[in-house]
Design a protein around this ligand. Structure first.
Ligand code: MG
Length: 361
């Protein structure tokens, strides 16, 4: 017999993972207990549920930085999430952490983003002032726990606790409605920390590529950056694609080496070590981030589109609050339990950029 059953995958995990990797047998379980899958581990199953979620398909038409309608070759939230998943898998595997868990977290890490990026997020947070606020990380947990109601049990995708906890990084607004079992913020698995770092590697490298493609800065200007210089000499070429791909490789290799040192030096049984880039790569990465902030994320051409989107979000929020009959049936059914402002917020946060533009024309 050549096929591997779930139990075989689980046994392989126990043999292969380093002391910090989280085995799927320690996933923390699901809110609604389910029979195990005969072929897939709990984390592989979580990954597949995320991939098949409506919220995941919507990422295709959500802005990363350049709005989708500006060109077919810019990253969307979906291509960004796929790049993060690919990097997270490689890095987790190299460090003998659980690559299935890392992949599941990576695919889900941006599910809660509203249309029009961080400016859209601020607009919704402002609209929800006094009603629990809005933040994409918390919304991601809300989507997988409640809004993505495919199975009719009211518990969303019913993912494992380890994946659900891993989505809650950063600040959660006071009063944001989370599932009660997520309120205590216990330590997240190291795989969540790795995904977070790979998220940054992915956007630093693909945004330098997209910013050049959009003509918002030149290769000559990028060549002032330490990381670009290192990448060019590692690539042994001025070819843009090769340099960009070297930027990602340099960041990932540094990440694996410094995370390896942290994991090797940490006492098993204690709290998981915090993983980060080595000091000199952290400086170089930060220089690139500052460059992208001023030349790309805050470029007038980018901000103009984002601010128009944010203004539309504000207007649509007010209009739906006035006239809830315009909400779709599924959303209206949640009003009794969640309150009208939260339902309006969920509805708008779920929209793609183009759907929001259509709804506000
Ligand atoms: Mg991201």
């Amino acid at each position: 017999m050549v096929w591997l059953r779930r139990e075989d995958h689980e046994d392989r995990e126990l043999r292969a993972l380093c002391p910090w990797g989280l085995p799927s047998r320690s996933s923390g379980g699901r809110r609604l207990p389910e029979a195990e899958d005969p072929l897939r581990t709990a984390f592989q199953r979580d990954r597949d549920r995320i991939l098949h979620a409506t919220a995941f398909r919507r990422l295709q038409h959500k802005t990363q930085v350049m709005a989708a309608f500006e060109g077919d070759h810019f990253r969307s939230r979906m291509t960004h999430s796929l790049e993060v998943a690919q990097m997270a898998r490689s890095v987790a595997r190299a460090l003998r952490c659980n690559d299935d868990l890392a992949e599941a977290i990576a695919l889900a890490h941006d599910l809660g983003h509203p249309p029009f990026g961080h400016v859209g997020e601020e607009a919704l947070d402002e609209a929800m002032h006094g009603h629990g606020g809005f933040r994409h990380n918390a919304q991601g947990a809300r989507i997988v726990d409640r809004l993505e109601d495919r199975y009719g049990h009211g518990l969303g995708l019913n993912l494992t606790l380890a994946v659900r906890r891993s989505l809650l990084k950063g600040r959660i607004p006071d009063g944001f409605p989370l599932s009660p079992d997520l309120e205590s913020r216990s330590p997240v698995p190291v795989e969540a920390n790795l995904v977070d770092l790979c998220d940054k590697v992915a956007y630093l490298s693909h945004d330098v590529d997209d910013g050049l493609r959009a003509g918002l800065f030149t290769e000559h200007e990028a060549a002032e950056l330490r990381l670009w210089q290192q990448a060019r000499s590692a690539a042994g070429s001025d070819n843009r694609q090769r340099v960009v791909s070297e930027v990602a490789s340099l960041l990932l290799h540094d990440l694996v080496e410094s995370a390896d040192r942290a994991l090797t030096g940490a006492a098993p049984g204690g709290p998981p070590p915090r993983l980060q880039h080595g000091p000199s790569m952290a400086v170089a990465a930060n220089e690139l981030l500052e460059f992208l902030r001023s030349r790309y994320y805050r470029a007038p051409r980018v901000l103009e589109v984002m601010r128009d989107g944010a203004a539309r979000i504000g207007r649509l929020f007010a209009a739906l609050l006035q006239d809830p009959a315009r909400l779709p049936d599924g959303a209206r059914r949640r009003v009794d339990q969640d309150g009208l402002p939260r339902v309006v917020c969920d509805h708008i946060a779920g929209m793609t950029d183009r759907y929001l533009l259509k709804a506000t024309n």
